[in-house]
Design a protein around this ligand. Structure first.
Ligand SMILES: [Fe+2]
Ligand SMILES: [Fe+2]
Length: 180
């Protein structure tokens, strides 16, 4: 019996990778171990960025319209969500740049790239309902992105897990409003 297989295997770092990390300084945080998925991950992140920006616009419209129909509490909720979606957009854009990509803020293609929809309804019940739908779409999209990224990029995955937790909270809050 070969006892060698039973002894623990040595864990050694890849020397070629380490020495390559000393070069290509313009790649910043992206080192050789990053793997071949950078463009695909930047594309996923840009679609997520578009989704967040559309959500900011939808919540802003709802905030101002709900304030108009004198529903200050739900209006405030919409504003809180708008600001949190905006913070998500900023974190995602920052990560895209860190990966050597370019964040796409182009208004021309925002809706095509977004997973969630814009909405221009005027009644409160409909606003809450469409926001709940948008949040559920965001939750599903982030879950799928996290599964796709897996171990390919732990930093991006952690970022998306943070965002997902916020979207789940948003969906929960809207569900409570819908039931009121
Ligand atoms: Fe968000
Ligand atoms: Fe959200």
């Amino acid at each position: 019996m070969n006892t060698k297989n039973n002894s623990s295997a040595a864990l050694t770092l890849d020397e070629a990778g380490l020495s390559a990390a000393r070069k290509s300084l313009s790649d910043g945080a992206i080192t050789p171990a990053y793997g071949p998925h950078r463009d695909a991950i930047v594309k996923l992140l840009n679609d997520a960025l578009a989704t967040e920006l559309v959500c900011v616009l939808r919540y802003k419209r709802h905030y101002f319209m709900a304030s108009g129909v004198s529903s200050p509490r739900i209006a405030e909720e919409f504003l809180v969500h708008a600001n949190e979606e905006s913070a998500h957009a900023d974190r995602i854009a920052r990560r895209i740049v860190q990966l050597g990509g370019e964040p796409d803020f182009s208004p021309d293609t925002l809706l095509q790239r977004s997973h969630a929809d814009y909405d221009a309804s005027n009644d409160l019940q409909t606003m809450v309902r469409v926001n709940l739908i948008a949040e559920r779409i965001a939750v599903e999209a982030y879950r799928q992105m996290i599964a796709l990224i897996g171990d390919k990029d732990p930093t991006t995955r952690r970022l998306l897990e943070d965002v997902l937790a916020d979207e789940e909270e948003h969906a929960d809050e809207l569900k409570d409003w819908l039931e009121k």
